[in-house]
Design a protein around this ligand. Structure first.
Ligand code: HPA
Length: 283
Protein backbone atom coordinates (compact mmCIF):
# COMPACT_ATOMS: atom_id res chain seq x y z
CA UNK A 1 0.00 0.00 0.00
CA UNK A 2 1.25 3.48 -0.83
CA UNK A 3 1.95 5.54 2.30
CA UNK A 4 -0.28 8.57 2.86
CA UNK A 5 1.68 11.79 2.61
CA UNK A 6 1.43 14.47 5.30
CA UNK A 7 0.95 16.99 2.47
CA UNK A 8 -2.41 15.33 1.74
CA UNK A 9 -3.64 15.93 5.30
CA UNK A 10 -2.26 19.48 5.23
CA UNK A 11 -4.21 20.19 2.01
CA UNK A 12 -7.35 18.92 3.76
CA UNK A 13 -6.70 21.26 6.70
CA UNK A 14 -6.40 24.14 4.25
CA UNK A 15 -9.87 23.29 2.98
CA UNK A 16 -11.46 22.74 6.38
CA UNK A 17 -10.59 26.20 7.69
CA UNK A 18 -9.51 29.62 6.47
CA UNK A 19 -7.67 30.15 9.74
CA UNK A 20 -3.86 29.95 9.52
CA UNK A 21 -2.53 29.59 13.07
CA UNK A 22 1.21 29.32 13.64
CA UNK A 23 0.89 27.58 17.02
CA UNK A 24 -0.33 24.04 17.70
CA UNK A 25 -0.89 22.35 21.06
CA UNK A 26 -0.97 18.60 21.59
CA UNK A 27 -3.21 18.03 24.59
CA UNK A 28 -2.22 15.10 26.78
CA UNK A 29 -3.67 13.97 30.11
CA UNK A 30 -3.98 16.93 32.47
CA UNK A 31 -4.39 19.43 29.66
CA UNK A 32 -7.62 18.33 27.97
CA UNK A 33 -9.57 20.99 29.79
CA UNK A 34 -7.91 23.63 27.60
CA UNK A 35 -10.51 22.67 25.03
CA UNK A 36 -13.26 23.92 27.31
CA UNK A 37 -11.64 27.36 27.41
CA UNK A 38 -11.09 27.57 23.65
CA UNK A 39 -13.33 29.48 21.28
CA UNK A 40 -13.85 26.68 18.82
CA UNK A 41 -14.13 27.42 15.12
CA UNK A 42 -14.00 23.93 13.71
CA UNK A 43 -13.63 20.42 15.14
CA UNK A 44 -12.39 17.72 12.78
CA UNK A 45 -12.37 14.08 13.88
CA UNK A 46 -9.05 12.39 13.05
CA UNK A 47 -11.06 9.84 11.05
CA UNK A 48 -11.72 12.59 8.47
CA UNK A 49 -8.03 13.44 8.06
CA UNK A 50 -5.92 11.27 5.76
CA UNK A 51 -3.20 9.44 7.67
CA UNK A 52 -4.26 10.61 11.13
CA UNK A 53 -4.11 7.86 13.74
CA UNK A 54 -6.91 6.03 15.48
CA UNK A 55 -6.83 7.13 19.12
CA UNK A 56 -7.15 4.90 22.15
CA UNK A 57 -6.76 6.62 25.55
CA UNK A 58 -9.86 7.39 27.57
CA UNK A 59 -10.70 11.09 27.71
CA UNK A 60 -8.88 11.78 24.43
CA UNK A 61 -11.37 12.21 21.65
CA UNK A 62 -9.13 12.12 18.58
CA UNK A 63 -9.98 15.50 17.14
CA UNK A 64 -8.13 18.36 15.56
CA UNK A 65 -9.58 21.70 16.59
CA UNK A 66 -9.22 25.09 14.96
CA UNK A 67 -9.94 27.87 17.41
CA UNK A 68 -8.70 30.67 19.58
CA UNK A 69 -7.11 30.27 22.96
CA UNK A 70 -6.95 33.53 24.95
CA UNK A 71 -7.42 35.35 21.66
CA UNK A 72 -4.60 33.58 19.84
CA UNK A 73 -5.45 31.41 16.82
CA UNK A 74 -4.30 27.85 17.51
CA UNK A 75 -4.72 24.30 16.40
CA UNK A 76 -5.40 21.89 19.27
CA UNK A 77 -4.85 18.17 18.94
CA UNK A 78 -6.95 16.22 21.39
CA UNK A 79 -5.61 12.70 21.49
CA UNK A 80 -2.42 11.17 20.17
CA UNK A 81 -1.31 7.75 19.00
CA UNK A 82 1.09 6.16 21.46
CA UNK A 83 3.92 3.81 20.55
CA UNK A 84 2.74 1.37 23.25
CA UNK A 85 -0.52 0.87 21.36
CA UNK A 86 1.52 -0.91 18.70
CA UNK A 87 1.60 1.89 16.13
CA UNK A 88 4.66 2.40 13.97
CA UNK A 89 6.61 5.58 14.66
CA UNK A 90 5.44 6.96 11.29
CA UNK A 91 1.89 6.77 12.62
CA UNK A 92 2.76 8.21 16.05
CA UNK A 93 4.35 11.26 14.42
CA UNK A 94 2.17 11.67 11.31
CA UNK A 95 0.10 14.53 12.73
CA UNK A 96 3.27 16.50 13.50
CA UNK A 97 4.46 16.19 9.90
CA UNK A 98 1.01 17.24 8.68
CA UNK A 99 1.08 20.31 10.96
CA UNK A 100 4.53 21.24 9.66
CA UNK A 101 3.30 21.00 6.06
CA UNK A 102 0.27 23.10 6.98
CA UNK A 103 2.54 25.89 8.22
CA UNK A 104 2.60 25.45 11.98
CA UNK A 105 5.82 26.99 13.25
CA UNK A 106 5.60 26.46 17.00
CA UNK A 107 4.50 23.31 18.80
CA UNK A 108 3.65 22.81 22.46
CA UNK A 109 3.53 19.14 23.46
CA UNK A 110 1.88 18.17 26.75
CA UNK A 111 1.79 14.90 28.63
CA UNK A 112 1.26 13.10 31.90
CA UNK A 113 4.43 11.83 33.55
CA UNK A 114 5.66 10.13 36.68
CA UNK A 115 7.87 12.20 38.99
CA UNK A 116 11.40 10.80 39.31
CA UNK A 117 12.85 13.88 41.00
CA UNK A 118 12.19 13.47 44.72
CA UNK A 119 11.17 17.11 45.10
CA UNK A 120 8.26 16.68 42.69
CA UNK A 121 4.70 16.14 43.89
CA UNK A 122 1.63 14.86 42.04
CA UNK A 123 -0.09 17.83 40.46
CA UNK A 124 3.17 19.68 39.70
CA UNK A 125 3.86 20.94 36.19
CA UNK A 126 7.30 20.58 34.58
CA UNK A 127 8.72 22.43 31.60
CA UNK A 128 11.01 20.12 29.66
CA UNK A 129 14.58 21.37 29.50
CA UNK A 130 15.75 18.28 27.60
CA UNK A 131 14.94 14.61 27.15
CA UNK A 132 16.43 11.13 27.24
CA UNK A 133 15.06 8.74 24.63
CA UNK A 134 14.89 5.21 26.04
CA UNK A 135 11.98 4.13 23.86
CA UNK A 136 14.36 1.85 21.98
CA UNK A 137 13.60 3.42 18.61
CA UNK A 138 14.19 6.69 16.84
CA UNK A 139 11.26 8.13 14.88
CA UNK A 140 13.59 9.22 12.06
CA UNK A 141 14.76 5.66 11.39
CA UNK A 142 13.86 4.53 7.89
CA UNK A 143 13.79 6.11 4.47
CA UNK A 144 14.96 9.69 4.16
CA UNK A 145 12.23 12.31 3.91
CA UNK A 146 12.57 14.61 0.91
CA UNK A 147 13.56 18.10 1.95
CA UNK A 148 14.25 17.10 5.56
CA UNK A 149 17.67 16.49 7.12
CA UNK A 150 18.74 12.89 7.76
CA UNK A 151 20.89 13.65 10.83
CA UNK A 152 19.05 16.07 13.07
CA UNK A 153 20.84 18.12 15.70
CA UNK A 154 19.18 17.75 19.11
CA UNK A 155 21.49 20.03 21.08
CA UNK A 156 18.51 22.20 21.93
CA UNK A 157 15.26 20.37 21.29
CA UNK A 158 13.16 22.62 23.51
CA UNK A 159 13.21 26.22 22.39
CA UNK A 160 14.47 28.82 24.85
CA UNK A 161 12.07 31.53 23.68
CA UNK A 162 9.02 29.27 23.99
CA UNK A 163 10.28 28.10 27.39
CA UNK A 164 10.54 31.73 28.48
CA UNK A 165 6.89 32.20 27.40
CA UNK A 166 5.93 29.18 29.49
CA UNK A 167 7.70 30.63 32.54
CA UNK A 168 5.90 33.91 31.96
CA UNK A 169 2.61 32.02 31.66
CA UNK A 170 3.33 30.23 34.94
CA UNK A 171 3.86 33.58 36.69
CA UNK A 172 0.67 35.03 35.19
CA UNK A 173 -1.42 31.98 36.09
CA UNK A 174 0.28 31.77 39.53
CA UNK A 175 1.37 28.20 38.89
CA UNK A 176 4.79 27.12 40.06
CA UNK A 177 6.63 25.44 37.21
CA UNK A 178 9.29 22.81 37.69
CA UNK A 179 11.94 22.38 35.05
CA UNK A 180 13.59 19.14 34.16
CA UNK A 181 14.58 16.25 31.94
CA UNK A 182 11.87 13.93 30.62
CA UNK A 183 12.85 10.34 30.03
CA UNK A 184 10.72 8.47 27.51
CA UNK A 185 10.05 4.74 27.72
CA UNK A 186 7.92 2.69 25.36
CA UNK A 187 5.54 1.39 28.05
CA UNK A 188 2.83 0.33 28.51
CA UNK A 189 3.95 -1.26 31.78
CA UNK A 190 5.05 1.23 34.39
CA UNK A 191 8.67 1.10 35.50
CA UNK A 192 10.23 -1.01 38.22
CA UNK A 193 11.67 0.79 41.25
CA UNK A 194 15.17 -0.27 40.08
CA UNK A 195 14.53 1.36 36.70
CA UNK A 196 13.35 4.54 38.37
CA UNK A 197 16.49 4.65 40.55
CA UNK A 198 18.57 4.11 37.40
CA UNK A 199 16.70 6.88 35.55
CA UNK A 200 17.33 9.29 38.43
CA UNK A 201 21.06 8.53 38.18
CA UNK A 202 20.92 9.14 34.44
CA UNK A 203 19.61 12.63 35.10
CA UNK A 204 15.87 12.18 34.58
CA UNK A 205 13.33 14.24 36.51
CA UNK A 206 10.20 12.63 35.06
CA UNK A 207 9.30 9.53 33.08
CA UNK A 208 6.58 9.05 30.48
CA UNK A 209 5.51 7.23 27.35
CA UNK A 210 5.05 9.95 24.72
CA UNK A 211 6.25 13.36 23.48
CA UNK A 212 9.84 12.49 22.52
CA UNK A 213 9.03 11.03 19.07
CA UNK A 214 6.88 14.06 18.28
CA UNK A 215 9.56 16.48 19.51
CA UNK A 216 12.27 14.82 17.38
CA UNK A 217 10.12 14.86 14.24
CA UNK A 218 9.08 18.47 14.88
CA UNK A 219 12.75 19.44 15.09
CA UNK A 220 13.47 17.62 11.86
CA UNK A 221 10.68 19.72 10.30
CA UNK A 222 12.28 22.90 11.64
CA UNK A 223 9.53 23.72 14.14
CA UNK A 224 10.21 25.38 17.46
CA UNK A 225 9.16 23.00 20.24
CA UNK A 226 8.25 23.27 23.90
CA UNK A 227 6.83 20.60 26.17
CA UNK A 228 5.05 20.49 29.47
CA UNK A 229 4.46 17.52 31.78
CA UNK A 230 1.74 17.17 34.34
CA UNK A 231 3.33 15.10 37.11
CA UNK A 232 0.40 12.82 37.83
CA UNK A 233 2.12 10.42 40.23
CA UNK A 234 5.40 9.65 41.92
CA UNK A 235 7.33 7.15 39.79
CA UNK A 236 7.49 3.51 40.92
CA UNK A 237 9.16 2.92 44.26
CA UNK A 238 8.88 6.55 45.38
CA UNK A 239 5.39 6.18 46.75
CA UNK A 240 4.07 3.65 49.27
CA UNK A 241 1.18 2.76 46.96
CA UNK A 242 1.36 0.89 43.63
CA UNK A 243 0.91 2.91 40.43
CA UNK A 244 -2.31 2.88 38.52
CA UNK A 245 -3.79 4.52 35.46
CA UNK A 246 -6.68 5.54 37.70
CA UNK A 247 -4.26 7.62 39.82
CA UNK A 248 -2.85 9.24 36.68
CA UNK A 249 -6.36 10.17 35.51
CA UNK A 250 -7.47 11.35 38.97
CA UNK A 251 -4.51 13.76 39.29
CA UNK A 252 -4.97 14.92 35.70
CA UNK A 253 -8.56 15.75 36.53
CA UNK A 254 -7.72 17.44 39.85
CA UNK A 255 -5.32 19.90 38.18
CA UNK A 256 -7.20 20.34 34.91
CA UNK A 257 -8.18 23.95 35.62
CA UNK A 258 -4.55 24.88 36.39
CA UNK A 259 -3.35 23.09 33.24
CA UNK A 260 -5.91 24.93 31.11
CA UNK A 261 -5.00 28.31 32.67
CA UNK A 262 -1.35 27.69 31.98
CA UNK A 263 -1.98 26.87 28.32
CA UNK A 264 -4.26 29.88 27.91
CA UNK A 265 -1.63 32.20 29.42
CA UNK A 266 1.01 30.65 27.15
CA UNK A 267 -1.17 31.13 24.07
CA UNK A 268 -1.80 34.74 25.07
CA UNK A 269 1.94 35.51 25.36
CA UNK A 270 2.59 33.63 22.18
CA UNK A 271 0.03 35.74 20.33
CA UNK A 272 1.46 38.97 21.72
CA UNK A 273 5.05 38.02 20.96
CA UNK A 274 4.27 36.84 17.44
CA UNK A 275 2.44 40.09 16.82
CA UNK A 276 5.42 42.11 18.05
CA UNK A 277 7.61 39.97 15.82
CA UNK A 278 5.45 40.56 12.76
CA UNK A 279 5.21 44.29 13.47
CA UNK A 280 8.99 44.44 13.65
CA UNK A 281 9.09 42.64 10.37
CA UNK A 282 6.80 45.16 8.74
CA UNK A 283 8.63 48.19 10.14
N1 HPA B 1 5.61 6.20 34.18
C1 HPA B 1 5.48 6.26 32.84
N2 HPA B 1 4.55 6.98 32.25
C2 HPA B 1 3.70 7.68 33.02
C3 HPA B 1 3.77 7.66 34.42
C4 HPA B 1 4.79 6.88 35.03
O1 HPA B 1 4.92 6.80 36.28
N3 HPA B 1 2.78 8.46 34.88
C5 HPA B 1 2.13 8.95 33.80
N4 HPA B 1 2.67 8.48 32.66
Amino acid sequence: MKAIRPQTAAAQLNQFSRSRPTLALVLGSGFQHALATMVIERRIPYAKLAGFPPVGVRGHTGELIFGQLAGTPVIGLSGRAHFYEGHAMDCVTFAIRALAEFGIRDLLLTNAAGGVNRRFRPGDFMVLSDHINLMGVNPLRGATVAGRPRFVDLTQVYDSQLNAMLREAGRAAKIKLRRGVYLAVSGPSYETPAEVRAFARLGADAVGMSTVPEAIVARQCGMRVAALSCITNLAAGLSPTPLSHAEVLATAERVQAAGANLLAAFAKYHGQTSLEGSNKHEA
